[in-house]
Ligand binder design. Structure first.
Ligand code: CTP
Length: 460
């Protein structure tokens, strides 16, 4: 009996898939189809898959073409499968021509012509099409534009910036303007990454125009403004999502569920540090940095694990900041201590001071350590009294979580499920801390002499 094997994701099964399966089956007597698991797809950069593994397996079974369906879970598994199932022929579409020649050592490798004019990507694109606009400063928008290009169903249609001259030439967009309203008229949804003090007005305007909004954290600088924006979004029947890329990175999501399931016992302390030294005046990539002080740039990211593990209902807090002697409301460094009923947390954020950007979560059975820069990590460790029990975890980090954030935004727009990882309560809690910072509530200010060195070196 001649055994054939083939692999694929088979999202939204289409006739290109079934044609391939039929031809693969015709090469022998018995066809095994390997369907990629969700995790394996993510590690190979397929981030948009719409159907669950179960649905995709079921769809293959229903074609009646496969004699057996298996799951592909890890890199290199094809070799193991070929040996294990005693395979004679490995068949795959011609889009992979040459790529699997290394399997010739184990069996015959056949590349079958790919059916023209159809693909899962195309179907996903047709099912969910979001015309996105962006407002903000050019370097950030250029990075976001790159990430958008990885997401099926979201296309960048318009950009609003005062900094048009610095947009990269390769960014081809229908409309580039400095007129925010003109940009809004052109799109279904908008990504806001402007000066944090402008977020509230810009988000409000977009929601009033019934546009979905993905706003870079913080959404607004007071609790009241933040909750009024969420209320407005509900009233208008559109989505408001706070963008905080770390919350969407695979490693961070896995870390969250690992600790929620009690791996290190009851959590007693969360310590997070986020710093980035920037030459405030000179560096073109941070031309707009003066408007982003330390607490706005890093505060919500550092507070994310605090609020996710300990909740937003802290008893007390103290914000200790070293302020820039010249720039108004610009903290070069802030340390925020939170006191809970049965736990404590401490965050350090800075744009004028450098420190180790690590995250440590301490529990009654052990602790979790995420090395710098923890907010874009692909790796962490759980550590225990007995080092033999320590464990290391590695995950793929694609686009620092930004592309997953865009996927979640697009899916939330196109379904009834809210996939936002920052809920309204957390958004309001972030804004509450920022509001107190600007009002000087629960704050201690450390002064810097006016002639002290405060700005920093240019980053290479
Ligand atoms: N395939 C094909 N003809 C198509 C689409 C896919 O022959 N029009 C084949 C692929 O070459 C592969 C198998 O079907 O052997 C599974 O492909 P998969 O990557 O799951 O489907 P795509 O439609 O290519 O998915 P995507 O757009 O996400 O890349």
């Amino acid at each position: 009996m001649k055994k054939v094997i083939t692999y694929g994701t088979y999202d939204l099964l289409h006739y290109g898939h079934t044609r391939l399966l039929e031809r693969a089956k015709a090469l022998g007597d018995y066809l095994i189809v390997g369907v990629t698991s969700d995790d394996f797809d993510k590690t190979r950069g397929k981030i948009n898959v719409e159907q669950s593994l179960n649905e995709r397996v079921q769809a293959i079974k229903e074609t009646g073409i496969a004699d057996e369906v298996i799951i592909e879970e890890y890199e290199g598994q094809k070799i193991d499968d070929i040996i294990k199932y005693d395979i004679d022929i490995f068949a795959i579409g011609s889009d992979w021509a040459g790529y699997f020649d290394y399997l010739k050592e184990y069996c015959e490798v056949v590349y079958l012509d790919r059916t023209k004019g159809i693909s899962s990507s195309q179907l996903r694109e047709e099912r969910a099409s979001v015309r996105l606009g962006m407002v903000g400063s050019s370097p950030i928008l250029a990075k976001m534009a790159r990430e958008v290009s990885y997401v099926n169903g979201v296309t960048l249609h318009a950009v609003c910036t005062d900094d048009i001259a610095h947009l990269p030439e390769e960014m081809s967009i229908d409309l580039v303007t400095s007129d925010y309203e003109a940009m809004l008229a052109h799109v279904d949804a908008v990504y806001v990454h402007s000066d944090p003090a402008s977020h509230y007005e810009q988000v409000k305007k977009a929601l009033e125009e019934k546009k979905h909004v993905l706003c870079e954290t913080p959404v607004a600088l007071s609790k009241e403004e933040t909750s009024s924006l969420y209320a407005l979004a509900k009233e208008q029947g559109v989505i408001l999502m706070e963008a905080l890329k770390t919350a969407y990175s695979l490693a961070y999501q896995r870390l969250l569920v690992l600790l929620k399931s009690g791996r290190i016992g009851r959590i007693v302390s969360v310590d997070a540090t986020c710093t980035s030294l920037r030459d405030i005046e000179g560096d073109a990539s941070t031309r707009f940095a003066p408007k982003w002080n330390s607490i706005c740039t890093w505060g919500p990211t550092a507070m994310l694990p605090v609020f996710q593990f300990l909740g937003t209902d802290y008893k007390e807090k103290r914000i200790t900041s070293q302020m820039d002697p010249v720039k108004e409301n610009y903290d070069l460094f802030s340390k925020i201590d939170f006191l809970y009923e049965d736990a404590v947390a401490s965050i350090k954020v800075a744009k004028g001071v450098k420190s180790e950007g690590e995250l440590v979560i301490s529990g009654t059975k052990g602790y979790l350590y995420v090395p710098a820069p923890w907010w874009k990590t692909d790796y962490y460790e759980t550590r225990f009294e007995n080092p033999a029990n320590n464990k290391r975890y590695f995950y793929q980090l694609d686009g620092e979580g930004i592309r997953y954030e865009i996927v979640a935004f697009a899916r939330t727009i196109n379904s009834d499920v809210n996939l936002s990882r920052i809920d309204e309560e957390m958004s309001i809690a972030f804004a509450g801390v920022l509001e107190d910072f600007y009002a000087g509530k629960d704050c201690v200010r450390i002064n810097v002499a006016p002639d002290a060195e405060v700005t920093t070196t240019v980053q290479a």
